[in-house]
Design a protein around this ligand. Structure first.
Ligand code: NAP
Length: 486
């Protein structure tokens, strides 16, 4: 096999040291990297190979220890020999010159396999893709050429299309791997297995039995030092356009028949295309936004910022399976806890065998797919309280916990799975250009409504709370309420 080179642009950045190098090291320890694989870091600042190796070691060690694994200096030293550094500005022809020479020397006349990972600001993608095209980086001499890109994929539909166009000027669509680390999470992948490898739930997975669906992605941390970046995007771009709409597609899609990239992505796009698109003028019927108290004092945030740090949106999927089943999706920063789940709220029984006592209502079945932390599945159902006098009902959980069930190792990190998939050419968990554009079509009117000059100020919520009251009102007006954030 021709040699594999993984080229990380943005090698001195946060993502590289916190996620990419630890994931590659872990893959190496598991024997999953080819023997001859090398990793070349590229950024503008000068570094020697040794300085680069030393710069990424502490974060890798920290990542291993935080996963409950031991640190093996010998394994690191062996892995570090795979690491190289080439300084250069990837947006200029001269900047790529040294990298081109490095690759030519490594691959000789037979060529090699290359994975380009763009861990740089997305504003640079068009320029970098143009330089790649001029240097012939897309030509598959001796092996594949693939490019991995990180979100955000544009700022709205127009810029999202422009990013896709600039990438297509150099690469074929099947060479482009758009990463959404949510799809690399074990628990998100398990949504499909849960639905399609079990017979029990799929017959119920429709409007006849499901009243509504809730998806929550709560973060405990505030924006911290990322205020400048965050204020330009806000929660709707940062969490909804990609991560959360992707989770909705996994919950709502039809069985793809086979687990292949195109089959899966064809089904996901059908869900996105079936979503009703709000008009800007009545978007506030379907959205509630908040901003945590103190956000405007964060570094890099303007004192009059209207950027939402919390949003709850109501989506409708206009097809036979999901007719009249709202999907309520919420996400926010500085909330009570870090907690993500998909909650399927089933309809109540059409007739009650035992009438509820006056003033009490039945808690109808719900199923929680807990994505993080304490990953697991909980099915909430009614039981009879054991007692001799009378018949009382009480809701209880049937629970499955990943960490109890699979004790051998920590859940794999999303980046490990996604990097290995990109190396293997397995694109199932990466997003296609049409998914990105359709997701912007859905989000653009909602975002435009919150950014309009006459848009109301997002409601202030207390840090450490469950979000603003207006999010409760969004559900209350349809007689529903949010599940507790655990
Ligand atoms: N950090 C995260 O947790 C996270 C999460 C999700 C997505 N992302 C995405 O991942 C990407 C990287 O994020 P990050 O947080 O790692 O950013 P970062 O810490 O700001 O790092 C950016 C890197 O790009 C390099 N760079 C800038 N201009 C360059 C150029 N012209 N040529 C070559 N290298 C250049 C910088 O080094 P020099 O200044 O030395 O060139 C630096 O190594 C972004 O697309 C971001 O949106 C990050």
């Amino acid at each position: 096999m021709p040699p594999l080179t993984i080229i990380i642009f943005g090698a001195s950045g946060d993502l590289t040291s916190r996620k990419l190098i630890p994931a590659l090291f872990h893959l190496d320890m598991a024997g999953l990297l080819p023997d001859d694989a090398n990793i070349v870091g590229v950024a503008r600042r000068p570094f020697s190979n040794d300085a680069f190796r030393s710069s990424v070691e502490p974060m890798t060690r920290e990542a291993m220890l935080s996963m409950g694994e031991s640190w093996f200096p010998g394994a690191w030293n062996r892995f570090a020999k795979r690491l190289f550094y080439v300084a250069g500005d990837a947006t200029t022809t001269e900047g790529l010159q040294h990298l081109t020479e490095f690759l030519q020397k490594r691959e000789g006349t037979t060529g090699g396999q290359r994975l380009y990972y763009l861990s740089v600001s997305p504003d640079l993608y068009p320029q970098i893709a143009a330089r790649f095209g001029e240097a012939g980086y897309e030509k598959e001499i001796g092996g594949f050429r693939r490019v991995v890109i990180e979100k955000p994929f544009g700022h709205n539909l127009e810029t999202g299309r422009a990013v896709n166009k600039s990438l297509h000027a150099c690469f074929r669509e099947d060479q482009i791997y758009r990463i959404d680390h949510y799809l690399g999470k074990e628990t998100v992948q398990n949504i499909l297995i849960f639905r399609f490898a079990n017979t029990m739930f799929e017959p119920l997975w429709n409007h006849q039995y499901i009243d509504h669906v809730q998806i929550t992605a709560a973060e405990k941390v505030p924006v911290g030092k990322r205020g400048g970046y965050y204020n330009d995007s806000g929660v709707l771009r940062d969490m909804f356009q990609s991560h959360l709409l992707q989770v909705v597609t996994m919950v709502a899609m039809e069985n793809p028949g086979r687990y292949t990239a195109d089959r899966l992505r064809n089904e996901k796009i059908k869900v996105l295309e079936a979503m009703k698109i709000s008009k800007v003028e009545d978007a506030f019927n379907n959205i509630a936004v908040g901003q945590y108290d103190g956000y405007r004092n964060e570094e890099g945030v303007p004192k009059d910022s209207k950027t939402p740090t919390y949003a709850a949106i109501r989506l409708e999927i206009d097809n036979g399976r999901w007719s009249n089943v709202p999907f309520y999706v919420r996400s926010g920063k500085s909330m009570r806890s870090r907690y993500s789940e998909v909650s399927i709220q089933f309809r109540c029984p059409p007739h009650m065998l035992i009438p509820m006592p006056p003033g009490e209502t039945l808690e109808c079945n719900h199923l929680s797919l807990i994505l993080q932390p304490n990953e697991g599945i909980r099915l909430n159902f009614q039981t009879k309280v054991p007692e001799v006098d009378g018949t009382r009902l009480q809701a209880r959980d049937l629970a499955f916990d990943y960490r109890d069930a699979f004790t051998e190792r920590a859940l794999p990190e999303a980046y490990e799975r996604l990097l290995l998939d990109a190396i293997m050419g397995e694109a199932t968990l990466f997003m296609r250009n049409d998914e990105i554009e359709q997701a912007w079509e859905i989000m653009d009117p909602l975002i435009a409504a919150t950014e309009a000059a006459n848009a109301p100020q997002p409601e202030v919520y207390a840090p450490g709370s469950d979000g603003p009251k207006c999010a409760d009102a969004l559900l209350a007006k349809e007689g529903r309420k949010w599940q507790k954030i655990r």
